[in-house]
Each structure stands twice: as C-alpha cells, then as structure tokens.
Design a binder for this molecule. Structure first.
Ligand code: FAD
Ligand code: NAD
Length: 474
C-alpha cells in the first residue's frame, strides 16, 4: 500500500488546482513545495506584474487627463508606496494558495525540495514517500542567456524585479515578449527611462498589425525599442552596466532585466531515478499529460511538454491542465489538451489579446484564412473616451468559422472570452454579427468586423433586386 494516492510536486497554479480537485474527490495527497505557496503567478509573475501595471496605468491616466479638460500636474511617483501596493495585492490573494487552506482540505503539505528515488518513490526533507500517482508541477524559471560579461553584472529576472528598493533610473530589458513589454511600459509610465533590446520583433508571437499599434504607443510614451538588435556583451559600470550590441552600439543603464523566455525546472528532480523522459522544453507527456515513460507520473503547467503541442506558460493553461488530469487520471475518461481557443493577453495599455490562431498561423496550417478588421477608434465609445489606438482583427475560414481573433485596445482581454467561446463551440460568425451588444461599447468593433464577412452577400445586386421585388407586393 503506497504512502499516498497522489504526490504533487510544486504548489504553483498547476499544482494547487490539481491538488484542490483531487482532494475534493477524496484522495490522500502530499503536496511538496520548496519555496513560496502560490508559485510564480502569485509571487513573481501575474499578480505583482499586474499590480505594478495598475500603478503605471494610473500615472498614465493622470498625465492624459488634460485632454478631457481635467488639469492635474505631473504625477509624483512614491516608489515605496507603489511597492507596498504590489506586496499588498500578493498578500490579499495569498490565503487562497496558503498551506493552511490546503491542510484544511486534508492535504499533507511538505515544505521541502522533492526528487525521485525510484519510479514510485520520492524523497523530500530526508523522508521517502511512495505513491500510486505523482503529478509534476514544478513550473519554469527565467532563461539566463550565455552573454559574455553577465557574471559580474547584477542582472534581474521576474524573481527580483519586484523587490527593487529604488526606482530604476534606466532599465535595460533583454527581450520584447510579454514580460519585457509589460515591464517596459510599467517602468516607463512610473517615470523610468527604458530601453528594450529585442533580437527579432517585439510581440513576435502576436499578429504584426496589432504589434505595430502597440509599438507606436510604447515609442510615443518614450520607450526605446531596439528591434533586430543582438547583445554582444555586457560590462559592469559603477553604478549599473553598459550593454554592447553586435553593431558596436553601447548603452549605459542602471539595471538589466532578462526576459528572453522560460525554461522548465527539471534540475534537481532526478528524473532518471523516476524513469521519466524529458526534453529541453519539459516533461515529455502524451496529449493527456501522462508521462511517456512512467505511466504513474503526469505533468501539468509550465513544465509539461505534451507531444506535438509543446508547453504554454499561462496560469489559465495550468487550470486547463488540472481539468484534463481530473477527467483522465481520476475519472479515466478520454481527455486531451486543446489550445485551439486558447487566449493570451499582454496587459500593456492598450492590452494585446489574441485568441486561437493568428492570420500567419492559419495560413501556415493551410486553412485559407480571411482577415476582417475594424479600427477601435471608429467606435463611438472610443470617440467619447478619446481612444486613439486599437484594432479588432478576426481570422475567418471561407465558411465563416472563426479561427482566431486579435484585439489591441483598452481591456482587450475582457473580449477574449467571447472569441474563445465562439472558437471552442465552433459557432458560426453570424452568432457574433447578429449579437445585440450594449451601446456604446468597444466590443461593437468585433461585431462590425464580423458583419463585413456577410456584407457582400447582404448588399449584393441579387439582394437589392429581391428587396425591389418584395417591395412591390401588397
Ligand atoms: C512576470 C510574469 C508575468 C506573468 N503574467 C501572466 C499573466 O498575466 N497571465 C498568465 O496567464 N500567466 C502569466 N504568467 C505565467 C504564469 O505565471 C505561469 O504560467 C504559471 O505560474 C505556471 O504555473 P505552474 O504551477 O506551472 O508553475 P509555478 O508557478 O512556477 O509553480 C511551480 C512550483 O514548483 C516549485 N518547485 C519546483 N521544483 C520543486 C521541487 N523539486 N520540489 C518542490 N517544489 C518545487 C516551485 O518552487 C514553484 O513554487 C506570468 C509569468 C511571469 C514570469
Ligand atoms: N500576460 C501574460 O499572460 C504573460 C505575461 C508574462 C509572461 N507570460 C508567459 O511567460 C512566457 C515568457 O515570457 P517572456 O517574455 O520571457 O518570453 P517570450 O519567449 O515570450 O519572449 C522572449 C523574447 O525575447 C527575445 N529574445 C530571446 N533571446 C534574446 C536575446 N539573446 N537578445 C534579445 N532578445 C532575445 C525573443 O525574440 C522574444 O521576443 C510567455 O511566453 C508567456 O507564456 C505571460
């Protein structure tokens, strides 16, 4: 008889969702966490970044109030108070992820580092635990690239940037993905000089038209974006550092944030002892998240690398994984991860939201996509609120099925749910085109874009003739 029905390694978003579901269904569980309960999302990811952005957006709103006839002077940034707001947001949410809450569910929470000692055994804090099933939810951490001179430079990652006691004077950010862009705008709006060094183009996974709109906003707000730029080396300075690009450009900065992607936390798990196969992208699983080599073991969240699909580092994916696991591992029903309707949002102002495929991805998949666009500033709500940037772009197949949708606009992430529902439930585009939306809302742009798909048929010569004929009837 094993010690536990289930051992979960990692109490981040993925491990906690899995544990909560399994505990509610009566399993005997050990949850092992070596650092903070709540993992990256609560402590060093989503929550602190969104809290910092909220402070930054408040500063931007104050700066722009003048155009509505509301005059305020340049906002003063009280950095310790901003930090207190960030810490406060974490503290407010922490009880939900706490050891006490999970102990209350009957879970044994062990605060230690876990590693495999056998295919059905784990060791934590010198204690050996046997299990019937094990779920690896050890997450990912920031990639630290091999850059000459990086050693002596005090670089930052998401695990340290939220603890800076003083506002950075000139923040250099390596990488223009979601982390780089969110941190760039947050710090720029809070009064720091910011330079982003991006090897490709910013928001490289998002639709280029939407990324272009975001680029304009960031540049207007004073962020220096160096795209197609390669960092050759860094040199320590007192204070700060100098970044040297391959073309010889030298940029002096006070701090350097590394935001060039994530790597799965495989080290220290002793996967070999557990007979668990892994790739550099994570634990190799089937599409239902079960290890390919050890059938007692499953992987969820950032560390899972489902075959042919690959990892996706989002908190909502961690919850989706827990749902797949519950169906497959607990109820033995067929279930697999499916990202066809997956939303992702970069929480800049404006937000950049993408659901499902971009036009380029649909083209690559040979789906003959048709793009339909509507600029947000053309909606009455945008006019009333002085919104000058934004776009809705729908990617539709020839039969009128939504394959993907992108929105650049204020609170764009709030529109993502509707698109996710349409793609996930395979609703025809007419469902969106015919939707009665409250007036005036920015979401009307999505309805107008959908309407353009039907406009040629609706306004055709045939339709006009038909109406003409019907009009003559008594
Ligand atoms: C700056 C930033 C902002 C983000 N913003 C968003 C956002 O707005 N929206 C969104 O959806 N996603 C966001 N993400 C991504 C999101 O945070 C991750 O996808 C999510 O946290 C992954 O959850 P996880 O449980 O897989 O991993 P983690 O949260 O990393 O949890 C894994 C846990 O396992 C523990 N662990 C590791 N190894 C061991 C071991 N051997 N023994 C015991 N414990 C171990 C770790 O200490 C950790 O607590 C952001 C990420 C970052 C870095
Ligand atoms: N709002 C959100 O949902 C949110 C926010 C932050 C992070 N995340 C998650 O975390 C993941 C990681 O984010 P990220 O921004 O670190 O990684 P990323 O992989 O999304 O982007 C990294 C960027 O760095 C660039 N890059 C890589 N090496 C470089 C180098 N040597 N020099 C210059 N540029 C280089 C890449 O071209 C890319 O544009 C995201 O993909 C996402 O899944 C989500």
């Amino acid at each position: 008889m094993p010690d536990f029905d289930l051992v979960v390694i990692g109490a981040g978003a993925a491990g906690l969702s899995t544990t909560a579901l399994s505990a509610a269904l009566g399993l005997r569980i050990a949850l092992i966490e070596r650092a903070e309960m709540g993992g990256d999302c609560l402590n060093w990811g989503c929550v602190p970044s969104k809290a910092l952005l909220a402070a930054a957006h408040a500063a931007a709103a104050a700066r722009h109030a003048g155009r509505f006839g509301v005059r305020v002077s340049e906002p003063e940034i009280d950095w310790p108070a901003v930090r207190a707001h960030v810490r406060g947001a974490i503290a407010r949410i922490a009880p939900t992820d706490s050891e006490a809450r999970f102990r209350g569910m009957g879970v044994e929470v062990i605060r230690a580092s876990a590693h495999f000692t056998a295919p059905d055994e784990i060791e934590a804090r010198g204690r050996r635990l046997t299990f019937r099933r094990c779920v690896i939810a050890a997450g990912s951490s920031a990639v630290v690239p091999d850059i000459p001179g990086l050693g002596p430079v005090p670089w930052l990652t998401n695990e340290t940037i939220f603890d800076l006691e003083e506002k950075p004077e000139h923040l250099l950010i390596l990488g223009g993905g979601p982390i780089g862009l969110e941190m760039a705008q947050a710090h720029a709006r809070l009064g720091c000089r910011v330079t982003v060094i991006e090897a490709g183009r910013i928001a490289g996974r998002d639709d280029p038209e939407l990324a272009e709109g975001l680029r304009r906003v960031l540049v207007r707000e004073g962020v220096t974006l160096l795209e197609g730029a390669r960092l050759a080396s860094v040199e320590p300075d007192r204070p700060g550092l100098t970044a040297v690009l391959e073309d010889g450009t030298r940029i002096a900065g006070s701090h350097l944030l590394l935001a060039v992607g994530r790597a799965p936390r495989l080290k220290g798990l002793d996967l070999q002892a557990g007979n668990i196969e892994a790739t550099p992208r994570g634990i190799a699983t089937d599409e239902g998240l079960r290890s390919l080599s050890n059938r007692r073991v499953w992987a969820v969240g950032d560390i899972a690398d489902p075959r042919g699909i690959g990892p996706r580092a989002f908190t909502h994916v961690a919850s989706q994984h827990a749902g797949v696991l519950a169906r497959r591992m607990l109820f033995r029903l067929p279930a697999r991860v499916d990202y066809a309707a997956l939303p992702r949002v970069t929480y800049t102002g404006p937000e950049l939201a993408q659901v499902g495929m971009t036009e380029a991805e649909a083209l690559e998949a040979g789906l003959d996509p048709r793009p339909y666009r509507f600029p947000l500033p053309e909606t009455d709500r945008a006019v009333a609120e002085g919104i000058e940037d934004g776009l809705v772009k729908l990617v539709v197949n020839p039969k009128g099925r939504l394959l993907g949708a992108g929105v650049l606009g204020p609170h764009a992430g709030e529109m993502a749910g509707v698109f996710g529902l349409m793609i996930g439930r395979k609703l025809p585009l007419s469902a969106l085109a015919g939707l009665v939306l409250p007036y005036p809302t920015l979401a009307e742009a999505a309805k107008r874009a959908a309407g353009d798909f039907y406009a040629p048929k609706f306004l055709s010569t045939f339709s006009k003739r038909l109406v003409g004929l019907l009009w003559r009837l008594p």
